[in-house]
Design a protein around this ligand. Structure first.
Ligand code: UDP
Length: 505
């Protein structure tokens, strides 16, 4: 049943206006909001998604909703709930199909399950939502809740925000869209992250809004050197030789060991996060994230050390000292996700089969998820310790991890095959793009080349931060949302047949 989520106290508008390099953007947002607030005439904006934690959408929503509230919009967050775990197995399958994965195509039974859960959630939502409110539904999982609400007589505006997509049509994407299309019909607008993701039947109703990151969230806020060291020590990611201010976190990071178990992250040795060249990928354990090929590429980099030309001694030393960090959610937090478990099992097998000399330089890290804050600051510190952040995805809706690292002035090695990564990273300006993330020799060569010139790495990092500042901070996305809300608030109401009519309240 849908449940209202309380927002954890996070940064407020005043916190952004107090930061010199964020002030102008926050002020521009305030003036944009005046028109929207008056157009909304007190109506509530409801954001419905399917998970309160984990993944990019749950990462973005709290900040956006809190800022909308500060700007004077009555915005609320609700989350779809069900006691039927098979619902999420099916919607994960749909998710993978939309990304072109070869999953079984939806059956009549799947539709029955999907509609059953949607109907229950719709009934709960009906008791909360007012007739003239605006409902924004995120991703396919709760899509039918919105369409059922309209069928039940809701005459406010419904907007579908789809965060995923593929820039080509395949039999698998078609199967997913055929399944979803009927539920999209009652929606007045659809919002996608990239123009390439919009299916033909939604083209006339689509708006493009890129996802964005929050520069003051625990994931992205500045960390002084002392804080970074403190976080790494408290989370068990580094050995502390000094007393630190805070006690160790209750749940600490773990590292895959040579016997296949997860043990302390500083065993068999300190990873070297504070001193070595570090190459990092942080993602969910999802096959499409390309962890496997990245690990193989890193092994090639190390094993080809003698054969590939180094430009100078420091280059060679950088390659020698470099370590790969592959980080994702801890095993206990993915117990209900069979795909994540099997991807992690594959990475484990691959790690165990590595040459011992390479294994030593790879840290497969499990990050505890019990505390969202601690998880976020661990990711923050890991990204800040990195010389290169990799996103080797085969497909990527957007790839928040890329913007997060770019904001921290870390150059990116991205995959050109993933449209979301390609959108963010300009090859040779913010880092490098690998044509094919599964061509492990080319990926290894790119890493090798990136490590050759530290001035160029610095330059890419600076460019990357500027790009995020201009395009991918929360202010740019919210500005577009405010404009869309103004537009639908004045034109988007429905008459008794569900058709749009001009709003007069
Ligand atoms: N993330 C995290 N802890 C993890 C793995 C991932 O906090 O152990 C975060 C990551 O920093 C990013 C989000 O989860 O903010 C993933 O978003 P992205 O768009 O990169 O991929 P998605 O998971 O939505 O496919």
């Amino acid at each position: 049943m849908v449940r209202i989520r309380k927002l954890d106290p996070g940064p407020r508008l005043a916190d952004y206006t107090a930061v010199s390099h964020l002030q102008a953007a926050a002020a521009a947002l305030q003036s944009e909001a005046e028109a929207t607030v008056s157009a909304l005439q007190g109506g509530t904006v409801w954001m419905l998604n399917s998970t309160a934690a984990g993944g990019g959408v749950a990462e973005l929503l709290p900040t956006q909703i809190a800022l909308l509230c500060d700007l004077g919009v009555d915005a609320r967050w609700i989350v779809l709930e069900t006691e039927l775990p098979e619902f999420f197995v099916f919607t994960k399958q749909l998710h993978n199909l939309i990304h072109g994965g070869a999953e079984p195509h939806p059956t009549a039974r799947d539709r029955e399950l999907y509609e059953r859960v949607s109907r229950e959630n719709c009934a709960a939502l009906q008791s909360m939502i007012k007739p003239d409110d605006i409902l924004i539904v995120h991703d396919p999982q709760p899509l039918a809740v919105g369409s059922m609400l309209v069928q039940e007589g809701f005459r406010g505006t419904t907007i579908w925000r789809c965060h995923i997509g593929l820039d080509e049509e395949t039999e698998h994407t078609r199967a997913a869209w055929d399944f979803l299309q009927p539920y999209t019909k009652p929606y007045q607008r659809a919002v996608f992250s990239l123009a390439d993701y919009v299916p033909e039947f939604l083209r006339d109703r689509a708006t493009i809004i890129h996802p964005t990151i929050d520069p003051l969230s625990h994931k992205n806020r500045d960390l002084s050197l002392h804080k970074q060291v403190g976080i790494l020590c408290d989370s068990g990611l580094a050995v502390g030789h000094w007393p630190v201010l805070d006690p160790p976190f209750e749940h600490r990071a773990q590292r895959l060991q040579a016997d296949g178990s997860f043990g302390p992250a500083t065993e068999p040795d300190d990873i070297g996060l504070l001193a070595r060249p570090i190459i990092t990928q942080v993602s969910r354990w999802d096959r499409l994230k390309g962890f496997g090929p990245l690990l193989e590429a890193f092994a090639r980099l190390k094993l080809n050390r003698g054969q590939w030309k180094v430009v100078d001694e420091r280059h060679g030393r950088r390659v020698d000292l470099a370590r790969l960090v592959l980080a994702g959610p801890a095993v206990d937090s993915i117990q209900d996700d069979p795909e994540a478990l099997s991807v992690l099992a594959e990475i484990r097998a691959q790690y165990l089969s590595l040459d011992e000399s390479v294994q030593r330089d790879v840290a497969v890290i499990a990050l505890p998820m019990q505390s969202r804050k601690e998880n976020a600051i661990m990711v923050n510190a890991l990204q800040r310790c990195s010389d290169i952040v990799v996103q080797n995805s085969l497909r990527e809706g957007f790839g928040l991890t890329v913007a997060e690292a770019m904001w921290k002035r870390v150059p990116i090695l991205g995959s050109a095959r993933a449209a979301g990564v390609r959108l963010q990273v300009r090859d040779g300006i913010d880092g490098r793009l690998a044509e094919d993330p599964e061509d492990t020799t080319s990926v290894a060569r790119l890493v090798h080349d990136m490590l050759s010139d530290s001035d160029r790495l610095d330059e890419w990092g600076r460019n990357a931060q500027l790009r995020v500042h201009a395009e991918f901070l929360v202010f740019s996305g919210l500005k577009q949302w405010l404009q869309l809300l103004s537009e639908v608030a004045t034109t988007g109401n429905r008459d008794g047949t569900g058709n749009e009519q001009s709003r007069a309240r």
